[in-house]
Design a protein around this ligand. Structure first.
Ligand code: C2E
Ligand code: MG
Ligand code: MG
Length: 756
């Protein structure tokens, strides 16, 4: 009992849960043992009775604790199960029948006998005793069964864990049976209990199943992907696992004596020394294959002396190759094999850091209308163009090391190279070579590929490479729509321009809200000088920059798409004015400009017809000016829009007639009501004579076609007289008036009229 108490004490001190479970179980063993002891030593009946009750009830507690320990140890579900409730009910029932025993005597009574000269109270069992035994032994055998089940069904590795407890239980059981079936009067089963407790305690907490561990470790080492070789102190190889044999081509049964030399060779040493641990990486050729190996040596010591060592060899070839592949993919463009954007920037910055005094240029390349190339000739052809382009750039770069080339995205490429003689002419020449060789791949397609180049002179490594590239690209953008120049060099004005564009775009909304954007009116007069109407021309009265003409902001708004919002605003201003004039009985028209870009962003028909409906205006009072560029794309839809507007009563004016490439053709296909002849025919140039002939022809042509013509840009009386002679009947120009604020226009031209 003392030993068991010590086990309880040790178990409670141990932090492991298993230790606490075991100590509970051993604690539960003590009551029946105590009862047993009392029975043995008692000389009076009442003393022996107390001992018997302690023994029987303690036994119930013991088997319950055993069952709990068993289910925990064997990881069987028990807590919260129905079985647990039934077992507890049975034990409570047993308790009750013992409680009734003093009255009924149905479980047992005691009778004195003489054993070797001293008095002993022998237990005489009755029916209740059998019930008690069924319950107690039932629970005991259930636990035994669980251990038996685990012993026979667990994988070989774990059998030992269960087998030991199972055997302990069987031993205990045999001892107990021996007492029950032998005719020994004195019950010494407590010895079996105590023994069982000690065995369980030892095997659960202190016994290391070395066989289990050894076989487990051996199996782990055998099947490890790492090669493992074990050497004794003298350097003979005792063991090489499967991976090591496979890696070095050592047969299963082969002699391992050559291993030491093999390994020493691997790490370029005459022999392996076992004085310290180390690890190294090596790239070697084994059976014609290049392998990346990571080799580590660990010494094995016993009592401070080295008794051997094991060598681990990890084949990193696949992993290294995969990493290298992934690194390549993360840094390169798949199609062209050039660096991708991020890596290009990283390499540029590395180059500039290494050579801060060097003179470099960052160049941005872009294929003109690459989308069209893709659309017309297929994506595959587009890819070929990009690959050819990359090859050309490699070629250019190859001649001027050190360089870095990257594909920034889509058809955009970046290059950094020594400044050398990078003049505009040299660049144009170089670029032409690139264009020519790229175009070669599309030879029989009748399409010459144009490439644009923007150049930024690097001024030390202070700017991030992405900004340098952006600047080169900014330069490129400035020649994107230029048919003659394909190369541009960055200067700070470009940046200012971009900043200005950004500012315009940012300020526009507020400008419209606070009436900085205003419609100015320029009169359109007839041959008698009478005002027929006016063209609405936008002005921006900027708080800092003063009056801005459309040339300063319309192109920016067009390039950002904000033009649609802007024009809708101007049209609404015009409608408001027309409604006002209508109320005052003023019968004048207003012409508004429609940008080509408006057609992309607006349903022009809906917006304009909606406005005249909203303000109750006669559509013929709102004339619509479009230039021929409107018809350059999506002609069918745009014609339909114009026809619908004309059907509603709007008059369509063709603005800047004669300034474009296909004005005459346009006249044939598009139903205009009015031709606004471009002011360039009036300019005094060397070809003034020819211009006059053309002017006369246009005026005649429009008369023949029944189209009204109006000439813009009339600046002098002479021009006016000439146009009158030519048969023109409507005029607009500084000779009559400059564009002016609405109030000025009304004051100058409308007051007299409404007072007439
Ligand atoms: P446009 O529609 O051809 O307008 C005529 C331009 O010629 C106006 O320039 C006008 O001031 C100018 N002009 C008129 N008479 C003479 C003259 O005798 N001599 C000279 N040298 N110029 C004359 P402005 O106002 O600078 O407008 C320029 C262009 O901006 C317009 O050309 C038009 O295309 C565009 N624009 C103006 N306002 C708007 C607008 O609200 N929306 C859109 N989308 N474009 C507008
Ligand atoms: Mg106009
Ligand atoms: Mg015009």
């Amino acid at each position: 009992m003392g030993a068991l108490l010590l086990c309880v004490f040790l178990g409670r001190k141990n932090k492991r849960k298993a230790a606490r479970d075991v100590s509970y179980f051993i604690l539960a063993l003590l009551p029946p043992m105590l009862g047993n002891l009392i029975i043995i030593v008692s000389s009076t009946e009442s003393f022996a009775l107390v001992g018997s009750y302690v023994y029987f009830l303690g036994l119930d507690i013991t088997v319950l604790a055993l069952l709990r320990f068993t289910t925990d140890y064997c990881r069987m579900p028990f807590k919260g199960t129905l079985l647990r409730r039934v077992i507890y009910a049975l034990v409570i029932f047993d308790f009750l029948q013992f409680a009734l025993n003093p009255l009924t005597g149905h479980v047992f009574h005691l009778t004195p006998i003489d054993v070797e000269g001293s008095a002993y109270w022998l237990l005489v069992p009755a029916i209740g005793q059998s019930i008690h035994r069924i319950i107690a032994y039932g629970i005991f055998f259930a636990s035994l069964g669980i251990f038996g089940y685990r012993t026979f069904t667990s994988p070989r590795f774990y059998v030992e864990r269960y087998l030991i407890i199972f055997i302990s239980m069987v031993v205990c059981c045999v001892l107990e049976s021996f007492y029950i079936f032998s005719s020994t009067p004195i019950d010494r089963s407590m010895i079996a209990f105590g023994l069982f407790g000690l065995l369980v305690f030892y095997f659960t907490l202190y016994h290391k199943p070395t066989h289990l561990l050894n076989s487990m470790l051996a199996r782990v080492v055998r099947n490890m992907t790492e090669g493992v070789l074990l050497f004794d102190r003298s350097g003979s190889c005792l063991y090489a696992n499967k991976s090591a044999r496979e890696l070095f081509g050592i047969q299963e049964e082969a002699d391992l004596s050559g291993c030491m030399a093999l390994m020493a060779d691997l790490v370029d040493e005459p022999s392996l020394r076992f004085d310290a641990d180390w690890s190294r990486k090596r790239t070697v050729e084994i059976a014609g294959e290049v392998k990346h190996l990571e080799i580590g040596l660990r010494t094995i010591e016993e009592k401070g002396a080295v008794v051997g060592a094991f060598l681990s060899v990890r084949d990193r070839t696949e992993e290294d190759n995969r990493l290298a592949r992934e690194r390549y993919m993360a840094r390169h463009d798949r199609l062209t094999g050039l660096y991708n954007q991020d890596y290009f920037y990283a390499k540029v910055s590395q180059l500039l850091r290494r050579d801060p005094e060097g003179q470099y240029v960052v160049a941005a390349f872009d294929v003109k209308d690459f989308k069209i190339v893709n659309d017309i000739f297929s994506k595959e052809f587009g890819d070929k163009v990009l690959v050819a382009m990359a090859d050309c750039l490699r070629d250019v770069a190859g001649r001027q090391e050190p360089t870095v080339i990257g594909r920034i995205g889509g058809d955009k490429f970046g290059l950094i190279l020594p400044r050398g003689h990078y003049t505009e002419a040299a660049c144009e020449k170089e670029l032409q070579r690139v264009c020519d060789s790229v175009s070669e791949i599309g030879q029989n397609r009748n399409y010459s590929i144009i490439i644009h180049l923007g150049v930024y002179y690097v001024d030390g490594p202070s700017l991030p490479p992405s900004v340098m590239y952006d600047r080169a690209f900014m330069a490129l953008n400035s020649v994107k729509n230029d048919f003659q120049h394909h190369v541009a060099f960055y200067d700070d004005r470009m940046r200012d321009d971009v900043i200005r564009r950004q500012r315009v775009a940012n300020e526009l909304e507020e400008a419209m809200r606070s009436c900085q954007i205003r419609p100015y009116l320029q009169p359109m007069v007839d041959s008698n000088g009478n005002i027929q109407g006016a063209e609405v021309l936008a002005r921006w009265i900027h708080p800092q920059e003063g009056l801005l003409l459309p040339g300063r902001f319309i192109p920016i708004l067009e390039s950002t798409g904000l033009i649609a919002r802007f024009d809708a605003y101007i049209w609404e201003c015009a409608c408001l004015l027309l409604r006002e004039w209508g109320k005052r009985g003023i019968d004048k028209f207003l012409s508004v400009n429609i940008s080509q870009r408006d057609f992309y962003f607006l349903d022009i028909y809906e917006v304009i017809s909606g406005l005249v409906r909203k303000y109750g205006i006669d559509p013929s009072k709102l004339r619509l000016e479009v230039t021929e560029s409107v018809m350059m794309s999506d002609m069918r839809n745009r014609l339909e829009t114009m026809n619908r507007l004309r059907a509603d009563g709007f008059l369509m004016e063709m603005d800047d007639f004669g300034s474009g490439y296909s004005s005459l053709n346009m006249l044939k296909d598009v139903p205009f009501d009015i031709l606004k002849i471009d002011m360039m025919f009036l300019s005094a140039s060397e070809n003034a004579g020819k211009a006059r002939v053309i002017l006369q022809t246009i005026i005649n042509l429009s008369t023949e076609l029944g189209i009204t013509s109006i000439t813009e840009g009339v600046e002098t009386k002479g021009q006016f007289d000439m146009l009158l002679d030519m048969g023109c009947r409507l005029f607009q120009g500084y000779y009559f008036a400059r564009p002016m604020a609405v109030e000025d226009f009304e004051e100058q031209y409308l007051v007299e009229e409404s007072t007439l």
